[in-house]
Design a protein around this ligand. Structure first.
Ligand SMILES: [Ca+2]
Ligand SMILES: [Ca+2]
Length: 311
């Protein structure tokens, strides 16, 4: 009897954990503040592209650039759980299992730590080659809203560059001290050529579509609450209204299949857009370009409840 009771208790608590499990997490910044990262753990920078240490340099123990990756773990100023850039140093990081976008609200949070808040310039890039100024961090403000620089709301960025602005140069931790770089508007984008998903002119998904979608489903399942955005596009061949209708049927087919693969889990919100030929990626002037334009874009982004909460 006692064993049975214990067993029941274990089942109940396991279920409870399932209900309470939340991907979104609040990260403490200081004694008074925290920042909410709606897609949690995956939202942080994943790899170092380059680190050009500034001069004067910080003490050797504060020069480990990998300390800027993954979730923040700063404990105290003495413990090197962060990297100091050195005076005018530059740190470039890449996001591998996620990207980020200019969506509603703040988009990035730079976890700059230590007693002195040091000024730095932030730039972002889609490809690691072309850079866009995204804002400055200084004092207590480590928030970046890409909207402030009128940055496109359609592009997905995968790189951040932090350039120290020489505010504090004479210190054992010279330059900005970076513990983590988090994407508040974290996204996962999959762009699939329609030939892989559908036969010519059809909107019923082919068998081959499932293996592509399965990879994405594995990633989505790691996030317990999200918005799934499906955008359908065609090339410019044929009538505009016909293309609009085709992209509409195709994006609905994809959303339907994703829903099925996710067992109609109510924690995922779906948004479906059909653009037909109106939003080409490249101009429709060659066979190859037209192929690039025939596509379905699936974007996983923070849940609608998050956006309602910041209204
Ligand atoms: Ca990541
Ligand atoms: Ca924004």
């Amino acid at each position: 009897m006692r064993i049975l009771f214990l067993f029941l208790l274990i089942i109940l608590s396991a279920n409870n954990n399932l209900l309470l499990s939340q991907t979104g997490k609040s990260y403490i910044i200081n004694r008074h503040e925290s920042v909410y990262i709606p897609l949690g753990k995956i939202s942080f920078a994943d790899s170092i592209v380059s680190f050009k240490i500034g001069k004067p340099t910080p003490y050797t123990k504060y020069q480990d650039s990998s300390q800027a990756l993954d979730e923040p773990n700063y404990r105290s100023y003495d413990k090197p759980d962060y990297v100091s850039l050195g005076c005018k140093g530059t740190l470039t990081v890449a996001f591998k299992d996620n990207g980020f976008m200019n969506l509603k609200g703040n988009d990035l949070y730079i976890f700059e730590v230590g007693p002195s808040k040091e000024a730095a310039k932030i730039e972002v890039s889609e490809n690691g080659e072309d850079w866009i100024f995204a804002g400055n961090i200084s004092g207590g403000k480590s928030i970046i809203d890409l909207e402030d620089q009128n940055i496109s709301t359609k592009k997905v960025f995968y790189y951040v560059r932090i350039i120290d602005q020489k505010a504090v140069c004479k210190s054992k931790t010279a330059g900005a001290d970076i513990d983590a770089i988090g994407a508040i508007n974290c996204v996962i984008r999959l762009t699939v050529n329609t030939e892989i998903l559908f036969k010519y002119d059809e909107y019923k998904l082919q068998k081959s579509a499932d293996s592509i979608l399965a990879t994405l489903i594995t990633k989505i399942k790691k996030i317990d609450k999200a918005t799934i955005l499906v955008d359908g596009h065609t090339d410019s061949d044929g009538e505009e209204s016909y293309n609009l209708d085709l992209s509409d049927k195709r994006s609905h087919s994809v959303a339907q299949r994703l829903k099925l693969l996710l067992q109609s889990n109510p924690n995922y919100d779906y948004l479906i857009n059909s653009y037909g030929e109106t939003k080409p990626r490249v101009s429709n002037n060659s066979y190859e370009n037209k192929q690039l334009n025939r596509r379905v874009e699936i974007t996983i982004l923070p849940p609608l409840s998050y956006y309602e909460s910041i209204e």
